[in-house]
Design a protein around this ligand. Structure first.
Ligand SMILES: NC(=O)CC(=O)C(=O)O
Length: 268
């Protein structure tokens, strides 16, 4: 059994304040015995305008937020999945929303770019156009960690089950979904989608969310959670900042996959 932590935050436009709060929560996770912690989407920064993120964008492998991730991992002896930070690759006009995974020595082990961008007009009038300020990622990414094989994704990706099916087929045992789900869509869809991804893939899901009112006026849903392969919610936090802890038991996962082998019953 290995303990993991989903970190819930209410990030603002104050980068230093966000990193200081995240650090307290990572320390709490480590002191509670976690081996790996996942920070939510936009953990380091939620600007007033969508374009504000361009000001804090870093180049892959270099920058204040990536250095901070490495230092925190070393200090607390944690693997950290850094929900998302804007990373601008050479020659590109727009950054990726990148999920950077560092090991407990502070070395980067994987990097995933959010594949599905949140371009929506919701019935109540809320509109989002992530593709104005972000480039879409092209590839699924799995990473082997001391906790198990993890399939990486970010927020809106949650709505695309084929990504997680691909991860299950690649041997992923844990699905990581750091998010900043809106209050409106979270209320309607978050819990059911998170549990569905766990049940249909017989995988653990770790889904840390942003949860509260942000300095830009935006409301996010919270309800960060860890779900086991049978769909049981092992831990959940509705609002505000905090740490959700859960124990991963890969023997139990294998038993579930053996007794209900729907992953090998697929016909398409
Ligand atoms: N914020 C997102 O990327 C996605 C979201 O809120 C939703 O899918 O709903």
């Amino acid at each position: 059994m290995t303990r993991i932590a989903a970190i819930q935050m209410v990030s603002s436009h104050d980068l230093q304040a966000n990193l200081a709060r995240a650090s307290q929560l990572l320390q709490e996770a480590s002191a509670s015995g976690a081996t790996l912690a996942v920070l939510p989407e936009n953990f380091a920064f939620m600007g007033h305008k969508e374009t504000d993120k361009l000001e804090i964008a870093e180049t892959p492998g270099r920058g204040l937020i990536q250095d901070w991730l490495a230092q925190q991992a070393r200090e607390f002896g944690l693997w950290i999945i850094g929900g998302s930070i804007p990373l601008l690759d050479h020659g590109l006009k727009l950054p990726f929303a990148a999920c950077v995974v560092v090991d407990d020595s502070g070395h980067e082990q994987a990097r995933y770019h959010k594949m599905h961008l949140f371009d929506v007009d919701l019935p109540g009038g809320e509109s989002y156009r992530e593709s104005n300020t972000l480039a879409p990622g092209l590839n699924p990414v799995v990473v082997d960690t001391p906790v198990g094989r993890i399939g990486l994704s970010i927020c809106y990706d949650l709505r695309f089950p084929e990504l997680y099916r691909d991860y299950a087929a690649t041997g992923a045992e844990i699905l990581s979904i750091p998010s900043a789900f809106t209050q409106t869509t979270g209320l309607a869809h978050w819990d059911v989608l998170v549990r569905a991804r766990a049940i249909e893939n017989l995988a653990y899901v770790i889904a840390p969310n942003q949860g509260g009112q942000h300095s830009n006026g935006r409301m996010t849903f919270g309800a960060s959670q860890v779900v086991d392969p049978w769909g049981k919610v092992l831990g959940r936090l509705q609002n505000g900042t905090g740490v959700v802890l859960a124990d991963i038991d890969l023997d139990q996962l294998r038993q579930h996959r053996q007794s209900l082998p729907c992953l090998s019953h697929r016909r398409l």
